[in-house]
Design a protein. Structure first.
Lengths: 156, 391
């Protein structure tokens, strides 16, 4: 088995050289994990770069989180080649929540992007069918339940 | 040929849980499918933000009754990462034991249902009879048959006695014999082969592209099992095999689960034989430090993720859960394309679907041939108007 620490620093080093000033930071907080912070226009090129170097990538999911003024997206990627879990993190402003779709590089992202869209109101530009996924049909337009300013009725 | 829309669900004899699929069919062949998810969507991710970490543990357990251990384990691991605590070795082994017992019961459940859906009711009843062995074991170990409330943040809540270990090994040996027999039936029976071989094909390339997980992906030869590739609990110390099949059809996916059941029995036996001594839990404070925790677990249906953001208060700032069936929806929609209508239940059951997601009704007006979907509010209004006495 390949030595674990080397695998993480290899991924971190490669992304550092490949992404340049689009990269805000790389960290390796624990075994088999790399956390990458990139600008919102660089997510797709980051995933493409990872695919070119390490081959097939599995997208576990996309986590969306409301941080107040900004919305944070975390793309959880698993590399089949060396079992590293890469968290690609990016932020989009709440005033203009838009980001490019990654469905053209990872087709399995279709449902995850729809869920983030309905729950947090982020527009994925270029998504083949950006519609609601889980919410009921009579759910009002422009209400995003996982944003912090929305609270369920009748609860303290 | 003109296409005909065929709607299956949300209530349908072949579905164990509510989900609607709109199949576009040409004759007997499905050409396209559109799933409608969300019938049992309960807003659990929002609910996590309103509970403290211990209350959240019990909520996590109720995401899915069948794989409740996988959810509490994943929840606890994500929370432990935020708290920065190490679980004692004995607890790590006991976690592997209950996790595998949970997998055995879940796999036997779905293998039985698969047999029922292809019309082999005897096999279904026999498998479910033998599944009681593992249900009894779970009850002996945790005090409950299904929702076990066994795992907690920092360890497990009950220890096992030497008598339990002896009894468990005996019962598992009996179960192993039975499962080996079912494996033989699944491989040799001509009717099972006729219904399952070459049905619902998923190639390895498609499984990777559509991000399939668990036995669905491993049945197509994708070598990914969280227990092996990013070990947790005691899986780095317990020897076991990752079951892979190359065929990529319904038959292979179910066989994958049968073989995994046999592996799980061995894992439990090994873990019980090599159980370290010592504490079974460490206590954690109410408030964790600020930070982020991510945990992966190989649930019976595949890779499960819990991702938490902590802001230093007693409640999580954000809790994200990604369940394995959700990940397999794009893959199962792909499998449906080109299949026969009669094979729809067999293909659906081969991903071991677990739909945990608000109600509506489709009304077809046969006079105008108009179809409309009613929301819950509209349906309630119609009901009130219907009940109101006529003037």
């Amino acid at each position: 088995m390949v030595h674990l620490v080397e695998v993480e620093s290899e991924v971190a080093e490669y992304l550092r050289t490949k992404l340049g000033d689009k990269l805000f930071g790389v960290a390796t907080p624990k075994k088999l994990r790399v956390v990458v912070r990139v600008s919102s226009d660089a997510v797709k090129s980051c995933i493409r770069a990872i695919q070119e170097k390490f081959g097939d990538v599995h997208l576990t999911t996309i986590t969306g989180c409301d941080l107040g003024e900004e919305l944070e997206l975390t793309y959880h990627l698993h590399l089949y080649a060396n079992n590293v879990h890469i968290m690609v993190k990016t932020k989009v402003p709440k005033s203009e929540p838009k980001i490019d779709t990654i469905t053209d590089v990872i087709p399995g992202a279709v449902l995850y992007e729809r869920e983030v869209y309905e729950m947090l109101g982020i527009q994925f530009i270029g998504h083949p069918k950006l519609e609601r996924l889980f919410l009921p049909d009579d759910w009002p337009e422009g209400i995003y339940p996982l944003r912090k300013d929305w609270r369920p009725e009748g609860l303290k | 040929m003109s296409t005909i829309d065929l709607i299956l669900g949300p209530q349908h004899p072949a579905f164990k849980e509510p989900e609607r699929f709109l199949f576009k069919t040409e004759g007997e062949i499905v050409v396209d499918v559109e799933p409608r998810l969300g019938y049992v969507h309960r807003g659990i991710e929002k609910a996590f933000e309103m509970r403290n970490y211990i209350q959240g543990l019990y909520l996590a357990e109720r995401i899915c009754g069948i794989c409740n251990v996988a959810h509490t384990l994943c929840y606890a691991q994500a929370a432990e990462e935020v708290y920065g605590v190490e679980v004692p070795p004995r607890a790590r082994y006991l976690r592997a034991v209950i996790h595998e017992l949970n997998r055995i019961h879940s796999h036997l459940l779905i293998i039985g249902v698969a047999a029922e859906l292809i019309g082999f009711d005897t096999l279904f009843m026999l498998i479910w009879r033998d599944r009681e062995i593992v249900m009894d074991l779970v009850e002996m170990m945790t005090g409950n048959r299904v929702i076990s409330a066994y795992i907690t943040i920092g360890g497990v809540r009950r220890d096992v006695s030497p008598e339990f270990i002896e009894k468990a090994k005996k019962m598992l040996t009996k179960l192993e014999e039975r499962v080996k027999y079912y494996r033989k039936v699944w491989i040799e029976d001509p009717i099972i082969r006729a219904r399952c071989v070459e049905v619902g094909k998923l190639s390895k390339a498609d499984a990777i592209k559509l991000c399939a997980v668990g036995p669905t992906a491993r049945g197509s030869g994708v070598n990914y099992d969280v227990r092996r590739h990013r070990p947790y609990a005691a899986y780095d110390e317990i020897p076991f095999n990752v079951v892979l099949r190359e065929e990529g059809d319904v038959w292979a996916r179910v066989l994958c689960r049968i073989d995994e059941t046999l592996e799980a029995i061995n894992i439990v036996k090994y873990a019980l034989d090599h159980l370290p001594s010592g504490d079974i839990r460490v206590k954690v404070p109410i408030r964790p430090p600020p930070g982020e925790g991510v945990a992966f677990v190989e649930a019976p249906r595949g890779e499960l993720l819990h991702h938490v953001y902590s802001d230093g208060t007693d409640k999580p700032y954000r809790w994200r859960v990604r369940t394995p069936t959700y990940a397999n929806i794009p893959a199962v929609c792909h499998m449906f394309k080109g299949c026969y209508i009669a094979d729809i239940p067999a293909i659906l059951v081969s991903i071991d679907p677990c739909f945990s997601c608000t109600d509506r009704v489709t009304i077809l007006d046969i006079r105008t041939n108009e179809r409309k979907i009613l929301t819950w509010t509209q349906l309630k209004k119609m009901f009130r108007e219907f009940r109101r006495p006529k003037a």
